[in-house]
Write a protein that binds this ligand. Structure first.
Ligand code: 13P
Length: 253
């Protein structure tokens, strides 16, 4: 069956020393109390190589939060998928709404990034989700379908197996406003049906679909109890080891 996952997205938080301390604390916690799901931490680029040395990769997998849409060369300031992979990272988060909005990442740019990530042996946590305005207009299903069609449905079935989907309603990110478990389940089931139409029932059943947006220890268990919610992509609550562990432990309840 599909993987249960709790993934942290640290965003632009923690300097190198703070990041190493947080990853070490989490690694010690999970060594003492093994997780019942896959645990991933998405750190800033500069943390990856160092954190890769301090964590136990059996309990924690490492992710970048972005990679370049070009393979290599004269692109000052960019970090390639190959570089990410060389740090020991296994995943990259792509398509986050913050990158779509603030850095104008289009469907086509994201399509390039996804292909380069997969070509370099990374798995992709691909984020989709509607704005408040789109939710109020009732077009959330069209929005998430267009995001999938625009950037990942060009992949072969074999390549698609390396994609984890994260549904993150933009109105719930960092706002304290969580989608209800019912609202999240409804759209997760829809996302799975769209994947089934494209790749068939079996691949859809094997695809992990995470929920993201103000997920915390107090609401994680209810969200994760839904049949189509396979875990969470956690922002704020991944910045404290105890809170993140509280969400990881929701898979044990
Ligand atoms: P919060 O958990 O802080 O709402 O962030 C969610 C998110 O954007 C994870 O990628």
């Amino acid at each position: 069956m599909r993987k249960k996952i709790v993934a942290g997205n640290w965003k632009m938080n923690k300097n190198l020393q703070e990041g190493i301390a947080l990853a070490t604390e989490l690694s010690v916690m999970l060594a003492a109390d093994k997780p019942a799901c896959d645990v991933i931490i998405g750190t800033p680029f500069i943390h990856l190589a160092k954190i890769s040395e301090v964590i136990d990769h059996k309990n924690i997998r490492l992710s970048a939060q972005n990679c370049a849409d070009k393979a290599s060369g004269a692109y000052t300031g960019e970090v390639s998928a190959e570089m990410v992979k060389s740090t020991g990272a296994e995943y990259v988060i792509l398509g986050h709404s913050e990158r779509r909005e603030y850095y104008k990442e289009t469907y086509d740019i994201l399509k390039e990034k996804v292909q380069l990530a997969l070509a370099n042996g990374l798995k992709v946590i691909f984020c989709i989700g509607e704005s408040l305005d789109e939710r109020e207009k009732g077009i959330q299903n069209q929005v998430v379908k267009a995001e999938l069609e625009g950037s990942v449905f060009n992949l072969s079935a074999d390549a698609f197996k390396n994609i984890v989907i994260a549904y993150e309603p933009i109105w719930a990110i960092g706002t304290g406003k969580t989608a209800t478990a019912e609202q999240a389940e409804e759209i997760h089931a829809y996302i799975r049906s769209v994947i089934a139409e494209k790749y068939g029932r079996q691949i859809a059943e094997e695809t992990s679909i995470l929920y993201g947006g103000s997920c915390k220890p107090s609401n994680a268990a209810e969200l994760f109890s839904k049949p189509d919610i396979d875990g969470g992509l956690i922002g704020g609550a991944s910045l404290k080891a105890a809170d993140f562990k509280g969400i990881i432990d929701a898979w044990k309840r």
